[in-house]
Design a protein around this ligand. Sequence first.
Ligand SMILES: [Zn+2]
Length: 310
Amino acid sequence: MLLPKELGQLKHLEKKHVLLPVGADHPFSTIKKKKAPCNRQGGLLKGWNKPEQKGFSVNELWNYQSAIAVGIRCDNLFVLDIDGETANSKVIDLGLGGGADTWTIRRTGEQHYYKRIFLPTKEQINAIPPNSKGKKELHFRVYTKEEKDSREAIEFFGHTPGRQVIVQGQHFSTNGRYTTRIGEEPKNLRPPTVREWNIVLRLARQYAGEKVPPPGLVLKNKTSWKRLAECPICNRNERVVCSISEDRQTISCFHGLTFYPPTGLKKGEVIFGTWAYSKTEERSFGTFSTFVRHRPSSLELLNRRLQISG
Ligand SMILES: [Zn+2]
């Protein structure tokens, strides 16, 4: 549900930025999250990530029945997505967690999960190193914790119509809300400082060299497999090359520089309660790990029931 008071804070952004109604599921996503831009029927808003898609006014969003949240497209924005306690410490260590406040999106009850949004200057945008497609877009991830069932990371992204950030409304899977604190409101949106931007660019250069095999090669001899729009193992959601079998029981997850599956797992070890590690193979076009959907034993099922009822 959208609130008029919150929506009003976005009024000054509606012309220069692309605001989007949010409430659909990403195609092929295995978990219902309702974090994608939606059309009036609640389905995916096709072409939301194309420059031709213009933004919605605050008034239009207020009257948009299927929207449970509002997103802002990252055409001119830079975002630090902090995911977890170790990510929170790391962003401070890096020198990107302090300074003057900027627009920050938090979630009710989740202290260490938040997004800092910045508005880089033209000069700062120009200094972004081109990616493999020659575009000055930012997208990489710095992992800060890699344990079997929990991975934490800072994700850096920006200057791309291909991403949007949810800034208001309902967080579907927890039924919490996206919130902002006083001093971290939309009106506080600021450019990164020279020092902050230098840190971001240094890391970007380090991560820009990722080579991803072409999809045709990845799916060769795997005719009924599909590429995952968002891999549940490594969370890769761009230049997607992780794939899932037609019966949805097996995932092949690519080891890239920016996204990669947990390493050091033993055969049969289950991660995220769902996927059992099977093997890792070096192929001519890259390294892939195979995960198979875990069938819980009757004892595990009993334990889960006891945990839920207790
Ligand atoms: Zn993956």
